[in-house]
Write a protein that binds this ligand. Structure first.
Ligand code: MD3
Ligand code: FE
Length: 204
């Protein structure tokens, strides 16, 4: 097992089975208020395989015309994003080592065939804060490299209930999800994977 890059903290099994089930109910309520939508790449309009929504004061969105950005409202409903569930805020307070609350939580839903190509998260104005990731449902193969796309990368499996803190030297590292391992969790009745990423967006 290779060492993780500096600034990546993987906490396997951070959430108990009960905490995972409770958080899933919170996320179901978020999705009822702010339905999952199909994000599209800037310029090409190519649809991503991951379905997305957000909670918090800001949400990350992308479409063909206007590209990657944060905004206060859902792109399809025009409504403000629902608030972040207290259980999520609590996780941030426990692990982020950052004095301010997260502003955005991006909710990614992966069907068994979905993946996310290698990219950097750089649409935020403040890179001092970490990104905190919570995984629910099926396992995935996660890959994280360095500051250049060609830097060597390490892959590891993320499981339901794992928390990852991406900070410091890894905050701008290339990363992605190469595959989902179907039927590896019983949390989601129809399978798939949910990833929640809490972020700071604005400069304090
Ligand atoms: C490493 N999501 O939403 S979470 C994303 O599992 C995203 O859905 C993946 O990449 C997912 O942007 C990975 C873990 C993660 C999040 C942000 C990072 C890893 C990161 C930022 C910098 C380096
Ligand atoms: Fe990312």
């Amino acid at each position: 097992m290779l060492a993780l890059p500096e600034g990546v903290r993987h906490m396997p099994g951070y959430l108990s089975a009960e905490a995972q089930a409770a958080l899933l109910e919170d996320i179901r309520a978020v999705v009822r208020a702010a339905p999952l939508y199909v994000p599209a790449m800037p310029r090409t309009g190519k649809e991503m395989s991951v379905r997305m929504t957000n909670c918090g004061t800001l949400g990350w969105v992308t479409d063909k015309e206007r590209g990657y950005r944060y905004q206060t409202t859902h792109p399809a409903t025009g409504e403000p994003w629902p608030p972040m569930p207290p259980a999520l805020l609590r996780i941030w307070q426990e692990v982020a080592d950052y004095p301010l609350a997260p502003e955005a939580c991006l909710v990614n839903f992966y069907s068994p065939e979905a993946k996310m190509g290698q990219h950097q998260d750089r649409d935020e104005a403040d890179f001092a804060a970490p990104v905190v990731s919570v995984s629910l449902g099926d396992d995935c193969l996660f890959r994280v490299g360095g500051l250049r796309r060609t830097d060597k990368a390490v892959s590891f499996r993320l499981q339901s209930g794992d928390v990852v803190v991406l900070g410091g030297a890894s905050r701008l590292a290339f990363h992605g999800v190469d595959r989902i391992y179907p039927d590896t969790s019983m949390l989601l009745k129809s399978g798939g994977r949910i990833n929640l990423t809490m972020r700071r967006v604005t400069k304090p």
